[in-house]
Design a protein around this ligand. Structure first.
Ligand code: M6R
Length: 366
């Protein structure tokens, strides 16, 4: 059942090229330059009339929501707010009929996310679900939706659910961008063509596995780790830190790289590994200067960089390369080595990778 892998988590990490392909199969038609998604098409009027989109989710799905915030605002120019479902439901939030609420949930059973949906519906908002489990409660409770089609995710640590959620949300953002005219037809086509190359680029990113293992060996006994990113890769930093915490029990935090100087930089010393996502597209120079600040305080730097990178390589203790892609698609690649890293550290520390202590795969209580 683990298909020759030692753990479900590793199997699911390696399934990502085919899972992402399954997510856009039949939806992304690059020859015809169209995106076909019934749940979006049938409700296009509502999407186009929406004042804003509110995304509600928990954990890793919330991180996918944060990536979606950048994509929707950047490509489709729709204001987005991303909310922890548990906070949203108890905050007496301002919601109107002109809001669209997108709920993201792998299991489709998360209690807080479900309660947030019910609240939004009672205020008249249109609720759209992005779920993996077909026929799950959230999938049934929403007005419309799009499945991720990632296949069953057994490992408690979410991996392929995250990348396929981002894929679905990217497809929706692109479809809306086209409908709203915020993107030219050539830009749109370029995004479709590039999105189609992602499964093979994920495959290539997975080839860093052996090197990631050597990095894991070096840092596995750390007590703390920092993860930094900017823009599209800020949520990836949060996700990298969550992955390490939940399966290896090492304390880790994700930060927007520029926030370092507002406090966390005080933590830096020679004991502190800092994983920095520094891809060529988007804020590269700024991230490089953030790296310099860490280096001058003797922090250990592990850069996640674009293939062929030179500047970060000169500064960092280690670099892990991912293929080049459009900026908005980089999270689909940069997240791969961070998943592998947490996996290998947890295995080296002899932790229960697929069923970490104190956690359940679906959180059906609040
Ligand atoms: O099933 P959901 O996507 O609603 O679950 C949300 C979180 O409980 C989940 O993503 C959790 O954070 C994962 N264990 C993280 O790996």
């Amino acid at each position: 059942e683990k298909g020759g892998y030692d753990h479900f988590m590793l199997k699911e990490i390696y399934e990502q090229p085919s899972a992402i392909l399954d997510t856009f199969r039949g939806r992304l038609l690059s020859n015809e330059a169209i995106i076909k998604m019934a749940g979006v098409e049938d409700n296009m009027k509502k999407f186009l009339a929406a004042d804003r989109i509110i995304i509600v989710a928990c954990g890793t799905s919330w991180h996918a929501g944060l990536v979606a915030e950048y994509i929707f605002e950047d490509l489709a120019r729709i204001p987005v707010e991303v909310e922890y479902a548990s906070e949203f439901r108890y905050r007496n939030p301002v919601i109107t009929e002109k809001d669209i609420v997108i709920a993201i949930s792998q299991s489709g059973e998360t209690a807080d996310t479900l309660a947030a949906i019910k609240l939004a519906k009672s205020k008249g908002a249109f609720v759209f679900g992005v779920c993996n489990v077909v026929g799950s409660t959230i999938a049934r409770e929403t007005d419309a939706g799009a499945y991720t089609h990632a296949g069953p995710e057994i490992g408690v640590a979410s991996t392929k659910a995250f990348t396929t959620q981002i894929t679905v949300l990217t497809l929706i953002a692109l479809r809306l961008a086209r409908a709203k005219g915020t993107m030219s037809s050539s830009e749109f086509r370029q995004h479709l063509i590039e999105l189609e190359t992602i499964p093979s680029k994920v495959e290539e990113a997975l080839k860093s596995d052996a090197y990631v293992q050597t990095v894991a060996e070096i840092y596995k006994d750390s007590k703390n780790c920092l993860y930094l990113g900017r823009g599209y890769n800020f949520p990836v930093a949060l996700e990298g830190a969550l992955k390490l915490k939940e399966i290896s029990y090492i304390h880790a935090e994700g930060y927007p790289a520029a926030e370092m100087k507002h406090g966390p930089i005080a933590l830096i010393d020679e004991q502190m590994p800092v994983f920095v996502i520094a891809t060529k597209m988007g804020h590269y120079e700024k991230v490089v200067s953030n790296i310099q600040e860490i280096k001058s305080r003797k922090g250990k730097i592990i850069g996640i960089v674009t293939k062929g990178d030179k500047s970060v390589k000169e500064l960092a203790d280690h670099v892990i390369e991912v293929p080049e892609t459009l900026e908005c698609l980089t999270p689909l690649l940069t997240t791969i080595p961070l998943q592998l890293l947490s996996y290998h550290i947890a295995v080296m520390l002899d932790k229960n990778v697929d069923q970490p202590r104190n956690l359940a795969k679906s959180v059906t209580v609040e």
